[in-house]
Design a protein around this ligand. Structure first.
Ligand SMILES: [Zn+2]
Length: 324
């Protein structure tokens, strides 16, 4: 028979052990894992997949902790039902993810993310009515005053699928013409921008590993860049807010729907509009297709000329890679 004192002692040891093992709170449990990642998709792969590595099953936690000295496995299985997930309030089942974000998560942001997700699906033009969108607009305007133009030293990469009209020629690697520009993460339909990747592998992966020609590109013109990948270094004063944008579905949602309706891109397109208005010329953001520290760069400046402001160093042919 389990007494109230047993439950209290169990809870005390459980939380103490968790703290001493992980120094982290429980980010999610089996019940709310999908919900957590739908709100924070970039947490899955960020920082060398720290979140994925944080997963632990409760049986292993029991056998490696002091709980084992005090309670039998049968008692543990019964008492663990009294520990509730801090995120969703459900009883813990099989696994927990003790994980802290590497930044301070602003209060109430999850509610804003969910509200903005609904607006994006039904009435995207009303986005700016939401207080969080207004704050984002103001923040990006303020950040723009602190950014100096940067001369990019690293080569960047841009791919074209192999086809009849694709040649190893700079004109083939410009942004597409307006009548062939579909909606993207940081551009409206009919509004061409230049998407580039930090490395060959990311570039090929963004093309879903199909056969393509990849151009190795040097950007000659210095650019003002909003850096969502390393905002701690680039925009220290805005680190928490920018990291929240970067880790959340606001800018890092995977594009799942087909066709014209792409609500996952509404907020990131809004961010691009704010940047363009504030004379920020490019946005550096993490790739949603790779797990290491790779990134993409999108040049949103309408006055950027690919033929004058960039030059191609080489072309690399990549054949299709099929994943089993
Ligand atoms: Zn939970």
């Amino acid at each position: 028979m389990i007494s109230k004192d047993d439950i209290n002692m169990f809870e005390e040891i459980f939380w103490h052990e968790l703290e001493s093992w992980f120094s982290s709170e429980i980010a999610c449990c089996d019940e709310c894992y999908d919900d957590f990642l739908s709100i924070w998709p970039h947490a899955y792969s960020a920082d060398n997949a720290t979140f994925q590595k944080s997963s632990i099953d409760l049986d292993s936690f029991y056998s490696g902790s002091y709980l084992r000295d005090t309670f039998t496995k049968e008692q543990f299985d019964e008492l663990i039902r009294h520990i509730l997930c801090p995120r969703c309030g459900a009883s813990l089942q099989a696994n927990i993810w003790p994980y802290n974000f590497p930044f301070t998560v602003p209060d109430d942001i999850e509610r804003s993310i969910q509200e903005l997700g609904k607006i994006a699906k039904s009435t995207p033009f009303l986005l700016l009515n939401h207080p969080f969108a207004k704050e984002t607009f103001e923040m990006l305007t303020n950040i723009s005053k602190t950014i100096q133009p940067t001369q990019l030293k690293e080569y960047l990469y841009r791919a074209r699928l192999v086809g009849a009209d694709v040649k190893e020629s700079p004109t083939c690697f410009q942004p597409p013409p307006k009548d062939r520009t579909t909606e993207g993460r940081y551009n409206h339909a009919g509004n061409p921008v230049l998407y580039l990747a930090s490395d060959l592998e990311t570039c090929h992966s963004e093309m879903r590993m199909k056969t393509c020609i990849i151009a190795e590109i040097q950007i000659i013109k210095p650019l003002t860049i909003l850096d969502l990948v390393d905002s701690e270094k680039s925009h220290e004063d805005f680190y928490n807010a920018l990291s929240s944008l970067c880790y959340s579905a606001l800018t890092s949602a995977k594009q799942s729907s087909e066709g014209w309706h792409k609500p996952e891109y509404v907020f990131s397109r809004f961010v691009a509009d704010c940047c363009r208005q504030a004379k920020i010329q490019a946005i550096q953001y993490p790739s949603t297709r790779m797990t290491k520290q790779s990134f993409n760069l999108v040049i949103i400046d309408e006055n950027f000329s690919f033929l004058k402001d960039a030059c191609i160093k080489s072309y690399i042919n990549k054949s299709e890679v099929t994943r089993k």
